[in-house]
Design a protein around this ligand. Structure first.
Ligand code: ADP
Ligand code: MG
Length: 229
């Protein structure tokens, strides 16, 4: 156990360093972005270059924010929340995009879903990531279902089900590895972040998939209890 302890100590030091580094990278990024936007006005004929520079900056910023969650899960603040409301707001956020992709986003839930202890911001990020992946897996028309149900006494299951391209069995074990992506513009950090968020909430996440039929991702989260864990 001593060796294990030392290892997790090292991990959290590395995590803190990474989080510090991420903040240090973000500040100059923000200032670069501002100056680029100013210059954009003076050099209108070079517009194309600016578009590229701005989108590259945004990409770095996006990667850094995904990385921050991974590096510093202990910075998460928890409170008693309504999971169904969180999912409703995630769906409201992604609905326009879904319509544009010809994807139907459906939320179904049991009437008696208990409250959970969570960070709303992080749970939103979790489900935004899962739904975005599902949308990206659907080549044209499709359906994404979110099914919320009570499991046993104290677990709530959120099942995200898509009828997209699916994942070959031999690739399933790679999901959640950093930088594993099959997309040209992917970061391969999304699922890793999802696993981290679920783990930080004392939950579990399982992925099932069948090529040509679709993917089902189950997130189990513990219901709210009075005693502090
Ligand atoms: P990214 O989306 O940037 O590629 P993720 O970590 O979110 O990174 O996902 C990693 C890979 O897992 C994706 O590139 C894709 O191949 C696969 N994947 C994730 N979710 C799905 C899904 N719902 N359907 C099919 N493939 C998926
Ligand atoms: Mg993704």
């Amino acid at each position: 156990t001593e060796e294990l302890l030392r290892k997790s100590d090292k991990l959290s030091v590395a995590g803190q360093l990474a989080a510090g580094l991420a903040h240090e990278i973000r500040n100059p990024l923000t200032s670069l972005r501002g100056f680029l936007q100013l210059l954009q006005h003076d050099l209108r004929d070079k517009r194309h270059y600016f578009d590229i520079m701005l989108s590259e900056l945004d990409r770095i910023n996006f990667i850094v924010s995904e990385f921050l969650v991974i590096a510093k899960p202990e910075a998460i603040v928890y409170k008693k929340s309504d999971l169904v409301m969180i999912l409703q707001s995630v769906i409201a956020l992604l609905d326009t995009q879904a319509v544009l992709c010809n994807v139907e986003l459906i939320l179904e839930f049991q009437s008696d879903i208990p409250e959970i202890t969570c960070s709303e911001m992080h749970l939103k990020q979790l489900f935004i990531n899962l739904i975005k992946n599902a949308m990206e897996a659907i080549p044209k028309d499709g359906q994404i279902k979110l099914l919320v149900s009570l499991h046993g006494e104290d677990q709530i299951r959120v099942r995200t089900q898509d009828n997209g391209c699916g994942i070959p069995e031999e690739r399933l074990k790679q999901l959640g590895e950093p930088f594993y992506t099959t997309k040209e513009k992917g970061t391969g950090l999304g699922l890793m972040m999802c696993f981290k968020i679920v783990e930080a909430h004392k939950g579990t996440m399982y992925i099932q998939s069948q090529v040509g039929y679709g993917t089902t991702i189950d997130v189990f989260l513990p219901r709210y209890t009075e005693e502090p864990n």
